[in-house]
Ligand binder design. Structure first.
Ligand code: PAF
Length: 285
């Protein structure tokens, strides 16, 4: 199957999209940083189920990586990604350069307060400003009807929902369910960093969260369920755990330490290091 056409400039992107809009076609958008896996492809398929055309972007956004993070090592395989997008049915790939996205003189940074402050906001200072800035730009460049993000990056999804409301972007933000390997590990481009032994232990993160969800639903206090899950993750040999917390599913404010209040949707979220990889995962409570 031929790969989807690739455009690298905002001008070429807009020209193609204007043609589609002129024909009355609706557009779904799946922004990515490449190194695509089944999770990304499920978002493309979700886009196809909602709109006439699906655009994906691949841009490893430098502004969302901290100085000691893995920007240089981040896996890149545009040709392989284009093949996968084509099989999934994607119609257009936008793959801009850093200079196209951030021309000389670029000076605007978008920050979303509140929901971007705890969890990864604390562990990765500046990360969500980088995400919010690039996503605001991408949404403006594509102006899709629907934009789709994976629930695996749950805090990112909530930050983008807030951003789209606050900036009146007029786009529907959809979350796609986390894709998992058969043993429960959430699919992530960063799983490529795991050694064979680490890969065997990695599913313990998801298992610990799933166990905590059952405990919370049975009325176990939040603090106790969090402590049990943390112990399980540490026993599996994970290094520093940045956070493992139950939060409000909407604004990510803290819940607990007692049992979950009835009728309030919660989310349990965790980030922990295993060797070179920093794994994140989350589940609805
Ligand atoms: O989730 C990602 O891959 C990235 O954070 C995103 C949304 C494409 C912004 O660079």
């Amino acid at each position: 199957m031929p790969s989807p056409p690739v455009v690298r400039s905002v001008a070429d992107l807009r020209a193609t999209l204007a043609g589609w809009r002129g024909e009355g076609l609706s557009i779904a958008f799946v922004p990515t940083m490449g190194a695509l896996h089944e999770g990304h492809l499920s978002l493309v398929r979700l886009g196809l189920s909602r709109c006439d055309r699906v655009v994906a972007s691949i841009f490893v956004n430098p502004t969302q990586f901290g100085p000691n993070e893995d920007l240089a090592a981040y896996p890149r395989d545009e040709a392989g990604d284009a093949g996968k997008l084509s099989v999934a049915g994607c119609h257009l790939l936008f793959a801009p350069s850093a200079a196209e996205m951030y021309p000389p003189g670029a000076a605007t940074v978008v920050t979303v307060s509140g929901v971007s402050e705890p969890l990864d906001g604390q562990a990765r200072p500046g990360h969500f400003a980088g995400v919010a800035t690039v996503v605001a730009k991408l949404l403006n460049q594509v102006r899709p009807d629907v934009a789709i993000f994976g629930e695996k990056d749950y805090q990112q999804l909530q930050v983008i929902r807030r951003l789209a409301i606050d900036l009146d972007l007029g786009v529907e933000i959809l979350g796609g369910p986390t894709a998992r390997a058969a043993d429960g590990l959430a699919l992530s481009s960063r799983n490529a960093y795991l050694t064979e032994d680490e890969r065997r232990r990695a599913p313990e993160l998801a298992a610990a969260l799933a166990e905590a969800v059952l405990a919370l639903r049975a009325g176990v206090p939040v603090a106790e369920a969090e402590a049990q899950a943390l112990g399980r993750v540490q026993a599996a040999g994970f290094g520093p755990v940045d956070y493992l917390e139950v939060r409000d599913a909407g604004d990510l404010s803290r819940m607990g330490p007692g049992p979950l209040p009835p009728g309030r949707a919660g989310r349990i979220l965790a980030a922990a290091r295993l060797g070179r990889a920093r794994l994140i995962d989350n589940m609805a409570v």
